[in-house]
Design a protein around this ligand. Structure first.
Ligand code: PLP
Ligand code: COI
Length: 342
């Protein structure tokens, strides 16, 4: 199969229209069979639940070309499970896991020419999403829904790739206490848009949110969980909270740290006063992979992370190399982590 004529190495994190996308509709209490289509546009009622009351949720995962030349995805079953949790939280119908996995396989196979080659530094980002498509005017769930999944080739989420970023501690919240922070609801992202634009204007790559109840503990950023490394380099520490998204990358890195790197792992509440006690810090997520943080600014106080502003610290580098090694077929994966597509 001929690859598309793209400059894979200079791709940023953006939307490029690919050939086929998967669509399934939920009507009269049941999902149809779902199919690949060409049309990249969506036509719905002006009064659709998604347009009036933001009834929508999404997922994000990637397809990789391995060293062996296969196209694979990473733990798509966990995306299917998290989408189901998001749907339950928004009173949307759950898409059966088998259908989700089938959509992933069909879209990747049909767009194989868009999957960046091994070694290019780029991947095919997959965006599954669901929305209320039928009309609602009183505040209630829609009766009809559409699930879609498309792919777009992407490079690094943050400009500069592996260069450490500067982030700020945010005064605003992304999630309410006991709210929707733990699901991937579109509304969580809509309410972060003003704050991320403001952060960019002030020269920060991202906002670190604190727990919305007491503004004391570190939660996550608008699009990634957070990792810390202890001063002695032996321990991976990551925030535990009911209002953060259970990142599949973070859960995988916890396993990698324990089982591949023999590290100790602590998942616990992290007080913002502890930031000065860590040797390395980074963001993790499907889009972000691991992005090192060099500096955190807390209302004028600069916390310079000892690993510095030039490159990854040694522990996050090892975690990054092991995770991407597993994803790209260079390192043996734990059972069930890799779904081979073609
Ligand atoms: N936290 C938020 C708010 C996110 O949007 C994402 C992205 O999906 C993550 C964390 C990372 O999750 P994952 O590793 O499953 O992509
Ligand atoms: C992902 O990492 O898949 C996300 O959904 C994050 C988003 C901010 C791009």
């Amino acid at each position: 199969m001929e690859k598309q004529n793209l400059d894979w190495g200079s791709l940023g994190f953006g939307y490029v229209k690919t050939d086929k996308r998967y669509v399934a509709n939920f009507k009269n209490g049941a999902w149809d069979n779902g199919a690949l289509i060409d049309d990249a546009t969506v036509t719905i009622s002006e009064c659709a639940g998604v347009l009036q009351y933001a009834q929508t949720c999404f997922e994000g995962l990637k397809a990789y070309t391995t060293e062996q030349g296969k196209i694979v995805t990473f733990r798509p079953d966990l995306n299917a499970e998290r989408l189901a949790t998001s749907c339950e939280g928004l009173e949307m119908p759950v898409l059966p896991k088998e259908m989700f996995l089938e959509a992933v396989k069909q879209v990747v196979k049909a767009n194989a020419s868009w999957v960046p080659p091994y070694g290019s530094g780029a991947t095919l980002y997959l965006r599954p999403y669901m929305f209320g498509s039928s009309s609602v005017i009183g505040v209630k769930p829609a009766e009809e829904y559409q699930f879609r999944l498309f792919g777009t080739p992407v490079g690094p989420y943050f400009k500069g790739g592996a260069k450490p970023i500067t982030v700020r501690i945010s005064d605003r919240d992304r999630a309410a206490p006991h709210g929707t922070g733990n699901i991937k609801a579109g509304l969580n992202y809509a309410m972060s848009l003003h704050n991320i634009q403001d952060a960019h204007k002030e020269g920060y790559a991202e906002n670190i949110y604190l727990d919305p109840e007491t503004h004391t503990y570190i939660e996550e950023t608008g699009g990634a969980n957070i990792l810390f490394v202890s001063k002695d380099g032996k321990k991976l520490i990551t925030p535990k909270s009911d209002s953060i998204l259970p990142s599949i990358t973070r859960r995988s890195l916890v396993d990698v740290a324990k089982n591949y790197l023999n590290m100790e792992v602590e998942e616990r509440r992290i007080n913002k006063n502890e930031l000065k006690d860590f040797s390395e810090c980074g963001l993790c997520g499907t889009a972000a992979v691991i992005s090192p943080i060099g500096k955190i600014v807390d209302h004028g106080t600069e916390i310079c992370i000892p690993s510095g502003m030039e490159k990854f610290g040694p522990v996050l580098q090892k975690l990054y190399d092991t995770l991407t090694g597993i994803q790209m077929g260079r390192i043996e994966a734990p059972e069930g982590w890799i779904m081979e597509i073609c």
